[in-house]
Design a protein around this ligand. Structure first.
Ligand code: 5AD
Ligand code: SF4
Length: 365
C-alpha cells in the first residue's frame, strides 16, 4: 500500500484505516496530517471552538483501573464545588465569549446528585437568557435521569466508550458487575434517543490495544452516529492498578510515551478523514505527553479546545493521570495560552458561538 494512493481514495475501508494509523515515517505523517487538516478546513472550517471545562467534583463511585480519582485511591482528598461558584464560573465563561461549558465530575447516581445537576443546569441556563451551550460529562445514568437533565437544558453529553472492544474494556475495569461495556454502550444509545448531541472517545496506547482495535473504534464512532469525539493517549497514574503495572512492565518509557502520542495524533487525523464533519477535541492528555501536543492535534484535524476553568484550589485534586498540565494556571492564563496556540497553527477562535457539530445536523451516515 502507498499512502498517496490511500489518501486519494473517496472512501476509506478498515484496511486503509489500519494502514494510516500505523504510519510512523515523518514524510508519511506530514502527508497524513495535512490531508486531515484540509478536510477540517473544508468541512468544519479552520475555526476552533472553546468549551470552558469545569471539573466540579472528584467524588466517584467507580473504580476504573487507569483513573487517578477512582474510588479506591484513598490518597486523593475529595471535593465538591459550591453551586454558586460553578454558576459564577459559567458566567465568567459567558463573559469571555466561550460559547459553551462542559460540566465534568466523577460518577454518582444518588438522588441528591441528580437533583443537584438538574438545579445547576437551570441556573446556568439563565445566564444570558440561555446563551451558553451546556455539555454534561458525569457518567452512566438511567435514561430517565438523562431525560431530566436534557429537559433542564443540557444538550450535549460526553461518555467515552474507552475502547470499542469489550474484551479490552474488561481488562481496564474491575469485574464487579458495575463496570460493564454493554451498559456503557446502552447509555450512548439512550442519549442519542433522547436527542442529545452525543460525544464519545477512547484512550490510545493501552496495554494490549492493537491497530485493529483502534480502527474498530473509528468504525464504532460511525456506527453510533457520534457527533463529538474526545480521545487522547493513556497516561499512567502512579496510584492506580494499571499505572503501577505499566510502570513495572517497563511500558512507560519516554519512547513508549512518544509512540502513544503519535498514535493519538494519527487517530485524530484518521477520524477527521473518515468522519469529516464531526467535532474532535484536542485534549489535555495530548499536551501532557508533549508541550505542543494540542497544536499537533489541531494541525491533524481537531477543532475543539477545552480551557480549564476549574477553581485553582481544586485542580490538583482532579488528576486522572500524572503530570496533568495547567495545574498552576488560573482561568485567565488558560484562556490566553490556548488562544495563542490556536493562532500559532493559523486557526481562529469561534468566540461566542456554540460551535455545534455540523454532523448532528448534516446527519451523514
Ligand atoms: N489516561 C488518560 N485518560 C484517562 N482518563 C481517565 N484516566 C485516564 C488516564 N490515566 C479519561 C477516560 C475518561 C475521561 C474522563 O478521562 O477516558 O473517560
Ligand atoms: Fe470515575 Fe470516570 Fe475516573 Fe472511572 S474514569 S474512576 S468513572 S472519574
Amino acid at each position: 500500500m502507498d499512502i498517496t494512493t490511500v489518501l486519494k481514495k473517496e472512501k476509506l475501508n478498515k484496511e486503509d484505516i489500519v494502514f494510516l494509523l500505523g504510519r510512523t515515517a515523518q514524510d508519511e505523517l506530514d502527508q497524513l496530517y495535512s490531508a486531515a487538516y484540509a478536510v477540517k478546513k473544508e468541512w468544519v472550517g479552520n475555526v476552533d471552538y472553546y468549551r470552558g471545562l469545569l471539573e466540579f467534583s472528584n467524588r466517584c463511585i467507580k473504580n476504573c483501573c487507569y483513573c487517578g480519582i477512582r474510588r479506591g485511591n484513598t490518597e486523593v482528598e475529595r471535593f465538591d464545588t459550591p453551586k454558586e461558584d460553578i454558576v459564577a464560573m459559567a458566567r465568567w465563561c459567558y463573559e469571555q465569549q466561550y460559547g459553551s461549558v462542559t460540566l465534568q465530575s466523577g460518577e454518582r447516581q444518588d438522588p441528591a446528585f441528580i437533583d443537584y445537576i438538574e438545579e445547576l443546569l437551570r441556573e446556568i441556563k439563565k445566564i444570558g437568557g440561555g446563551a451558553l451551550g451546556i455539555t454534561l460529562c458525569v457518567g452512566e445514568q438511567t435514561k430517565e435521569t438523562y431525560r431530566r437533565w436534557y429537559d433542564a437544558g443540557a444538550h450535549r453529553y460526553l461518555l467515552r466508550i474507552e475502547s470499542s472492544n469489550p474484551k479490552l474494556y474488561a481488562t481496564l475495569h474491575p469485574q464487579d458487575g458495575h463496570h460493564r461495556w454493554e451498559v456503557r454502550k446502552a447509555c450512548l444509545d439512550s442519549l442519542a434517543e433522547i436527542g442529545y448531541q452525543v460525544g464519545t472517545g477512547v484512550m490510545i496506547g493501552l496495554p494490549g490495544q492493537t491497530l485493529e482495535d483502534l480502527a474498530e473504534d473509528v468504525l464504532f464512532y460511525q456506527k453510533q452516529n457520534i457527533a463529538m469525539i474526545g480521545m487522547g493517549p493513556y497516561v499512567a497514574h502512579h496510584n492506580t492498578p494499571l499505572g503501577k503495572k505499566v510502570c513495572e512492565d517497563g511500558l512507560d518509557t519516554p519512547k513508549a510515551r512518544a509512540e502513544r502520542l503519535r498514535s493519538s495524533v494519527n487517530m485524530v487525523a484518521v477520524t477527521r478523514l473518515f468522519l469529516k464533519d464531526v467535532n474532535i477535541a484536542a485534549t489535555t492528555a495530548m499536551q501532557t505527553l508533549h508541550p505542543f501536543g494540542r497544536e499537533m492535534a489541531l494541525k491533524a484535524g481537531a477543532n475543539i479546545l477545552m480551557p480549564l476553568v476549574t477553581l485553582p484550589q481544586f485542580r490538583t485534586q482532579y488528576q486522572l493521570y500524572d503530570n496533568k498540565p495547567c495545574l498552576e494556571d488560573g482561568k485567565e492564563e488558560c484562556r490566553n495560552c490556548l488562544s495563542s496556540r490556536v493562532a500559532s497553527v493559523g486557526d481562529t477562535v469561534g468566540w461566542g458561538q456554540w460551535g455545534d457539530s455540523p454532523h448532528y445536523f448534516n446527519n451523514l451516515k
